[in-house]
Design a protein around this ligand. Structure first.
Ligand code: NAD
Length: 287
């Protein structure tokens, strides 16, 4: 097969915003798509079937193949039923896009356990539940594609988003390990930090700026990461506004020592520990 042709791909949170763009592009490129969306508000409250139905209808009316799924991926049962929907409708599951997300922004001194847990539950636990449900099928068939939605907030931090940042950076850790465990089964796992105009970003910039970052610009990169041709794994990309970049960890030359240093010795050499002027791509230890 070429591209995503004939592949069965589940997209979470595909009833609007970026997920909808991913689903439309995948379907018009020959994939069979499961359109998951809880149909609630930006903060995760509420639910409904209209959002997922509208996108599934749009695809089928255009001659594509899609089925709607309405359950929350933030529960193990909801995620399992998403994968089961793919199997029932199309006979297999070849890829998952863990895109569903909510916001509960609060400055850290005001952050409640509920605000913390609800955001981690959707982004981090939801991505775990969906991927875990698809994983045995990926292993058995020797093929699988996973894309998670990370964020520049997770990669760099952002005021008021400690919960969201922790979840989004957690997803980078998740794909790093899935890339290692999935390698011999040809399972590729990558992360995309989108920058796009959606309801999630409606109040972060003026409309003339938002007009320069349409969600449709992100979809082809996600499409490539789901394609048969993609052999990259464990990578993170920042994509939006007509640009796509890989981001990665770099490590500097640092210092070496053969005895336990005093605090004063560390302080004296600290500028060498932090100097990144000759840094290179970081590698895991013992490789
Ligand atoms: P969006 O609000 O339009 O889309 C999120 C979708 O997820 C909604 O349709 C919502 O109904 C759905 N959803 C929420 N909780 C769900 C659940 N428990 N089960 C199933 N569906 C659920 O926002 P978006 O901008 O399209 O965001 C898509 C993803 O991209 C999110 O993970 C978001 O954090 C991430 N992201 C977006 C941007 C951006 O610039 N828009 C930047 C960084 C990261």
């Amino acid at each position: 097969m070429a591209g995503v042709e004939g592949r069965v791909i589940a997209v979470t949170g595909a009833g609007g915003g970026l997920g909808r763009e991913y689903a439309l592009l995948l379907a018009s490129s020959g994939a069979k798509v499961v359109i998951n969306d809880l149909g609630g508000l930006r903060d995760g409250t509420g639910a409904g079937t209209a959002m997922a139905d509208q996108v599934a209808d749009e695809i089928t009316k255009a001659g594509g193949q899609a089925v709607a799924h309405y359950e929350s991926i933030a529960t193990e049962d909801g995620a399992a039923s998403l994968v089961q929907t793919a199997l029932n409708a199309f006979g297999s599951i070849d890829g998952v896009v863990n895109n569903a997300g909510i916001l509960r922004d609060q400055a850290f001194h005001k952050m409640t356990p509920d605000g913390w847990e609800s955001v981690l539950q959707v982004h981090l636990f939801g991505s775990f539940y969906v991927t875990r449900a698809a994983w045995p099928h990926f292993r058995e068939q020797g093929h699988g594609r996973i894309v998670v939605a990370t964020s520049t907030s997770g990669l760099f931090g952002n005021f008021g988003q400690a919960n969201y940042s922790a979840a989004k950076n957690g997803l980078v850790g998740l794909i790093n390990t899935l890339a290692i465990e999935g390698a011999k089964y040809h399972i590729m796992a990558n992360a995309v930090a989108p920058i796009a105009s959606t309801r999630m970003t409606a109040d972060v910039a003026p409309q003339d700026i938002l007009d320069t970052i349409p969600p449709g610009h992100v979809a082809p990169i996600v499409g490539h990461l789901l394609s048969d041709e993609c052999t990259d794994t464990g990578m993170t990309f920042v994509v939006g506004g007509g640009q796509a970049h890989r981001v990665a960890l770099f490590q500097n030359e640092g210092i070496t020592f053969d005895h336990s240093l005093s605090i004063a010795e560390v302080t004296a050499r600290w500028s060498q520990v932090t100097d990144m002027s000759k840094a290179s791509l970081a590698r895991p230890p013992f490789t």
